[in-house]
Each structure stands twice: as structure tokens, then as C-alpha cells.
Ligand binder design. Structure first.
Ligand code: GLC
Length: 735
């Protein structure tokens, strides 16, 4: 359709019909199997009005969607096709690692390939839009949704945001196998006070603009078709009714021209926030702030018509939102083909095909972080050692994370199944040792209480595990959170493993000191000493459909781990929020515990247990000094920073070389380091490579005291090293 045709269509539509396009209905209006990802709301929508609505979410499957679209085209007065949206977050049916794990790969391109694969599977099954990427910056692992972000760093999240948007959408959304991308949650949802879900966000404007907003802007620049408003407030104004952040920042400053959808019920929740009295006021705030689609409440349905009839808003405001929605449907080619790439046969061939499984496995291999490997207990040998695989994840296929709504356990080999089917050790035993959770069903879902087959104390399991551990040379302890302990509604004040698992660890460590601990989690945990009594420690996150095979290939050395943490592991929950790009303060910590007057705790070090950018390999790397092409730089030129990295082991490996910059003085306080570049390089055994980065003025920009985003002349340090704690640096001056 041409723009002229679209505008003509709008002119022919009644007000009720226009408002219908601004409503997204929950799945239960169309299907009994739709995944509920929010609270069910009474919406006051009649049977005949259902098909006047412009979209729905979480309904999947080619047959189901074809049937619904058929009905919508018939009943919709102007036969406008519906949009089908869903949370395809880390895979559709072939699950790959949760985004926090993908961030640890430091390989945005690989995530882009995974997004492309997910888009193919989802589009053949009838979906048009995914509510991904989630690019919220996260620094407090009490918040359950850290699992959906690629981590604590602005630059890293921006790189992944662009790659994922391009992966989902391709160059043109009429390209077969593409789906529209909806960046979320705009904005700063990742900083809820005290890590408590849906809590208010209390950050200053400079932190918002310099640290939290750039990843959304990266997604906008990559052309994301949609954006989703967040549940939180900014400056005590709920985002979904916040004209400044939505119209002035997102649309005007960032240039976002796409469709803005509220998060689930976020328009109605303006009433709970206490900034709207009723649906009329809530609708007025949201439509004036520029929210185009009301997700899953009756606010726009009941409020907008009244507002227009009373003259409180002009119909143009509705036409503006409608134009963006119809343009999106047009960009997706829906007017020419309302089914897009929906194809039952192609879906059957594509979903979980070998190519997709291989890619999911590669992504998992690149996301698991080796945090400790004392005296090279890893890699495991296939012969000569009796190995006991113990723990609630020894034989558990639920390793694909909270938002893997359509992944199936029966399509996901457990560690036990993968060992039995693969070429690993033969002299192995398995024992569950305990359930994941101590108590019954403490994990409510949105639709209903989640299965609690993983809960309850069981001493028999413990006794059996201890007996296996006594007879083994090595114990691989597979521990972790239940997937529903993170994700939405997954905030926790205590981020240690459940008590029954800590008890299992204690009892096993009493009878066997050769422990390799593997963690399945959606967040950096407080390890509570587990790392001390483990000879090796590997964070597997929730690695997806092929995760068990990827894990075993790392444990047995078929794959050399290369991942680095995209989010810090705290020593104690009391340190949260924590991130590497800390500020010196007026009394910098001097490391002297006897000095009371420095920024510190009395009982815990300031530093994390494992810092951002940290991760081990089976290879060993030595870094040479940082060499700069010159010591002075003007705003119009660049400096080349280089370092030689030598692989001093006998094993080929891949190293993520990281570039950080420190601005030694500014018109406002400046962090001790900021990641400004990274390169993932293969280095052969015994070989060395020269790694170079170009430093330019743009890398030095920040919101200065003037309010302008610019650099300031002065002294800078350039760090290049294996993680954010590197002291390998050189100085230059910006003149
Ligand atoms: C949820 C989440 C959001 C998701 C949406 C639709 O409440 O906050 O991330 O995309 O609803 O499922």
C-alpha cells in the first residue's frame, strides 16, 4: 500500500474502528493455549468487538494463527490484518542461551545469527513481531530480569541491541524469515530501587542519559520497528504517561518513528501509580505521551472514545497512532499477504532442525563462563576416573530459562541423557542429591502456580548422593536456580542457592574435595563460599536446548571456554547494585582496612567476587604493555592503541581483549573505567597476536556540566586487558 492509500483508509474508518487498532488483546480471547505473561484483566470487550482489535500476543502456531487471521479479515470492517506478537527472547522453539549469557560471549554477531534463526522459526509459525531485544542496563542481581539483559555495560548492551534488531528484521521486513523487533523496556526498567520488581527507579538524569539510554538508541538506530514502555517511573512520573521521555527523548531526540506499545496493563497501572483517577485519565496521559497500543487492558477501548467526544483530545492524536500502526503492518507486507511467511510445512522443516540445534549449541559453548579451575582439574578425562554427576541438574531438561515459553523439555537433552548418548566418560554415576527448592510451590506463575516437582526436602536423595561421592574420583555438582526464580516477578532478597542445595554441597565437600561445580542460574548468585570448596567453577546460566551437550564439550575439553562475565558476581548481596564502572568518591578506597575514612564496608571488600569481563580458558594469555601511537590527541584525530597478547599454553584458544578508558578529570565526576571496545581473537598455542584499537573523540563524550554531550580536554588512561580489573594502561592527553 502507498502512504496515500493508508491515509485514505484512515479517513474511511469510524472512530470505534480506529480505536480497535490501538488495542492488543490477551491470548485467551483467541486460544486456550496462549501463554499468559501478565495478570488477566476484565476488559469489557464483547464477542463481536474482538476482531476489531489490531493485534494479540502469545498465540503461536501456524494453524492457530491462520484460523484467527481468516476470521479477522472477514469480520474487520476494512479487512485490516491482525498483528501476532510474542516474547521470542532467546529462541522460539530452538532455545539458545538467555541474553545475560549471550552477553558473556562478547559476540554480538553470534547473537544476531541466533536472532535470525529465531525469526525464521517464529515467522513460519505465524508470528510477525517479537518483544525483543530487552536492552535494560542491569547492576542489581536481586532483580529477576537481569537474565533478559546482556548485562551491566552500556557499550556492550548497545552492540548486542543493534545485532539482535538486525538479526530479527534483516535488511527489509519483507525478507522471508524476518520478524519485527520491539526494543524494551523503555526506559531504565533495569534499575528498580532495591532490585524489587516494578519498584520506582531513582537515578539522576546524567546517569539515565549517559548509562541507561544509549542501548535503546542503538536499537532505534538499527531500525527497530517497535518499542515498549516500561512499568517503572522516571523522576516519579510513570514512563507510560511520561511525555518527556517518550515524545521528547525517544521520538524527537532519538528519532524513533515506530510503534510504541505499553507493557502489559501499564496504561491501567497509571491508576495504581496514583497519577490517574480512572480509565479516562489513564488513557489521556498515555495517548498524549504517544503510546500507540494498549497491551491487554480496556483503557483505550473505554477511555479514548469518551475523550474525543468530550473534546479532551483531538481525533488527530488517534490518527497519529493509527498511522504508525498501519505503516508497520504495511512494512511487514500484511496488506499484500496477511499471512506473511506462515507456512505449516516450512515450520515443520525449520523448527529444531540440525542447523538450528548446532547454532544453539555454539551459542551455549560461547556463553558459559569458567570462573575457577584449580590445578587444571578441568578438562575431565574420558578414561581412568570415576566421575559422579550429582545435583538437581544432573538429569533435568528444564535448562532454557524463564522466557523460553515454547521450548519443550522433551526436546532438550539433560546432562545425564547427553552423557549416555555421547562420547564422554563411561565410568559415571548419577545422583540427584536434592530437589531444586526446599519448599512446595513457592513459585507462582502468571497463569497458575508453576510446577513444583522440583521442591521438597528428601534425605534419601542426600544419603544416596553422599555415598556416590565417597566412591568417585571427581564429583561434578550440578546446582542452580529454578528458571522461575528469575525472569519477571523473580526478584529475590537472598540470591544464594536454595538451602537444600547448599546443604548438599556441604555434605559432598565433606567426603570428596575434587569438586567441579556447575551453576544453572538466571543471575549472578551470592556463592556463599561454594567457590572456595570447588576446585573448578563454571557458570552455565540457562543455556537452552543444546546446553547440556555444550556443557559436556566444555567439561571434557572438546571446546575451550572463552566467555567473560557481562555482569559482576558480588561477594555479598549487600554490595548490590555493583558494577565495574564505579566512581572514586571523595575518599577513594585505599585498600587499607585500618583506614576508616574511605569508601568501604567494614565487613566486605568493595570489589566483586568475579568482575565484569572476567573468565578463564584452558589456554593462558600474557598481555604486553599498552602502546599508543602518540601521547596527544585533538578532537579531529585518533590514537591507535595496541597490545601484544601471547597464548603461553599448548592449547589454541580464543581471548576477549577489552579496551577501557578513564577520564581523569571532568566538569562532573567520571567513572574509574568505561568499556570502549573489545575484540574476540583466536590465538594459537604458543603464538602471539598484536591487537589494535582506534581511539576517537566520540569515545570520550559524556554529558558535561553544560548539559552538552561532548568530550573535555585533559588527561586520560587507556587500559587493555583480560577483564575490567586490568591495570595494564598508558596515558594520553586530549588537547
Ligand atoms: C510482560 C513483560 C514484557 C513482555 C510483555 C508481553 O509483562 O514485562 O517484557 O514482553 O509482558 O508478554
Amino acid at each position: 500500500m502507498t502512504l496515500k492509500d493508508i491515509k485514505k483508509l484512515i479517513n474511511d474508518m469510524t472512530l470505534e474502528e480506529k480505536i480497535g487498532q490501538l488495542i492488543q488483546l490477551p491470548p485467551f480471547f483467541f486460544s486456550d493455549d496462549g501463554a499468559m505473561t501478565g495478570p488477566a484483566q476484565e476488559m469489557g470487550i464483547s464477542e463481536e468487538q474482538i476482531f476489531e482489535c489490531g493485534s494479540t500476543l502469545s498465540v503461536v502456531g501456524a494453524e492457530a494463527i491462520r484460523a484467527i487471521q481468516d476470521k479477522a479479515l472477514k469480520l474487520q470492517p476494512h479487512h485490516i490484518p491482525m498483528l501476532f506478537m510474542a516474547d521470542v527472547i532467546n529462541g522460539y522453539r530452538t532455545g539458545y542461551p538467555i541474553p545475560l549469557a549471550q552477553g558473556c560471549s562478547f559476540d554480538p554477531e553470534l547473537s544476531g545469527e541466533c536472532a535470525k534463526m529465531a525469526a525464521r522459526e517464529a515467522s513460519y509459525d505465524g508470528l510477525d513481531v517479537t518483544f525483543s531485544p530487552m536492552v535494560d542496563l542491569v547492576r542489581d542481581s536481586r532483580w529477576g530480569r537481569v537474565m533478559e539483559s546482556t548485562g551491566e555495560d552500556t557499550y556492550l548492551n548497545s552492540c548486542f541491541a543493534s545485532a539482535m534488531v538486525e538479526g530479527y528484521q534483516g535488511k527489509d521486513m519483507k525478507e522471508e524469515g524476518s520478524i519485527a523487533s520491539c526494543v524494551k523496556h523503555f526506559a531504565a526498567y533495569g534499575a528498580p530501587t532495591a532490585g524489587r520488581e516494578y519498584n520506582i527507579v531513582n537515578i539522576d538524569k546524567r546517569t539515565l542519559t549517559d548509562d541507561y539510554l544509549p542501548p535503546y538508541e542503538a536499537a532505534v538506530k538499527a531500525g527497530c520497528a517497535m518499542a515498549m514502555t516500561s512499568f517503572n517511573t522516571i523522576d516519579r512520573i510513570p514512563v507510560t504517561g511520561n511525555k518527556w521521555i517518550l515524545r521528547d527523548v525517544l521520538r524527537k531526540k532519538m528519532g524513533f518513528k515506530g510503534v510504541l506499545i505499553s507493557d502489559w496493563a501499564a496504561i491501567e497501572e497509571l491508576i495504581n501509580h496514583g497519577v490517574a483517577k480512572d480509565s479516562r485519565e489513564a488513557s489521556e496521559l498515555a495517548i498524549k505521551a504517544g503510546v500507540d497500543i494498549d497491551m491487554c487492558t480496556g483503557m483505550y477501548f473505554s477511555g479514548l472514545k469518551t475523550l474525543v467526544e468530550e473534546g479532551a483530545i483531538s481525533e488527530e492524536l488517534i490518527d497519529e497512532a493509527l498511522l504508525r500502526i498501519l505503516k508497520l503492518k504495511n512494512r511487514l507486507g500484511l496488506f499484500e499477504n496477511p499471512y506473511r511467511f506462515l507456512d505449516e510445512d516450512k515450520a515443520k522443516k525449520e523448527i529444531l532442525c540440525d542447523t538450528n540445534r548446532k547454532l544453539a549449541k555454539k551459542a551455549a559453548e560461547n556463553s558459559m563462563v569458567l570462573l575457577k579451575n584449580d590445578k587444571g582439574i578441568l578438562p575431565l578425562k574420558k578414561k581412568g576416573k570415576k566421575i559422579a554427576f550429582i545435583g538437581p541438574y544432573a538429569d533435568n531438561s528444564h535448562i532454557f530459562g524463564f522466557w523460553s515459553l515454547w521450548c519443550k523439555m522433551e526436546e532438550t537433552p539433560s546432562v545425564k541423557q547427553a552423557i549416555e548418548a555421547g562420547d564422554y566418560s563411561k565410568d559415571v554415576v548419577f545422583a540427584k542429591g536434592c530437589n531444586i527448592l526446599d519448599k512446595k510451590a513457592i513459585l507462582p506463575g502468571f497463569g497458575a502456580a508453576l510446577d513444583n516437582e522440583y521442591s521438597g526436602d528428601n534425605d534419601d536423595l542426600l544419603l544416596e548422593a553422599v555415598s556416590c561421592a565417597k566412591k568417585a574420583d571427581i564429583v561434578v555438582l550440578l546446582l542452580g536456580e529454578h528458571a522461575a526464580m528469575s525472569g519477571e516477578g523473580g526478584s529475590r532478597a537472598d540470591i544464594r542457592l536454595p538451602k537444600c542445595q547448599r546443604k548438599l554441597f556441604r555434605e559432598i565437600s565433606k567426603v570428596n574435595s575434587n569438586i567441579v561445580t556447575v551453576l544453572f542460574s538466571g543471575r549472578p548468585l551470592e556463592l556463599d563460599g561454594i567457590e572456595k570448596k570447588s576446585r573448578a567453577l563454571l557458570e552455565a546460566w540457562f543455556p537452552g536446548t543444546e546446553g547440556a551437550k555444550a556443557l559436556l564439550d566444555i567439561l571434557y575439553g572438546n571446546v575451550n571456554p572463552s566467555a567473560k562475565l557481562s555482569m559482576s558476581f558480588p561477594r555479598h548481596v549487600g554490595q548490590l547494585p555493583i558494577s565495574y564502572d564505579d566512581f572514586p568518591t571523595g575518599r577513594p578506597n585505599d585498600g587499607n582496612p585500618g583506614n576508616r575514612g574511605t569508601t568501604r564496608y567494614q565487613d566486605v571488600e568493595n570489589t566483586p567476587l568475579y568482575p565484569f569481563g572476567y573468565g578463564l580458558s584452558y589456554s593462558k594469555y600474557e598481555y604486553g604493555p599498552v602502546i599508543l601511537s602518540k601521547k596527544k590527541m585533538t578532537r579531529s584525530d585518533t590514537i591507535t592503541a595496541s597490545v601484544e597478547v601471547k597464548n603461553i599454553s599448548e592449547r589454541d584458544g580464543t581471548e576477549v581483549v577489552q579496551l577501557y578508558i578513564r577520564d581523569m578529570k571532568g566538569s562532573v565526576v567520571r567513572p574509574v573505567k568505561k568499556l570502549k571496545g573489545f575484540k574476540k581473537v583466536k590465538i594459537g598455542a604458543g603464538k602471539k597476536k598484536k591487537i589494535t584499537f582506534e581511539i576517537n573523540d566520540e569515545m570520550l563524550n559524556f554529558t558535561t556540566l553544560s548539559g552538552r554531550f561532548e568530550s573535555e580536554a585533559g588527561d586520560f588512561k587507556v587500559y587493555i586487558g583480560p577483564d575490567s580489573q586490568t591495570e595494564n594502561c598508558a596515558d594520553f592527553v586530549l588537547i
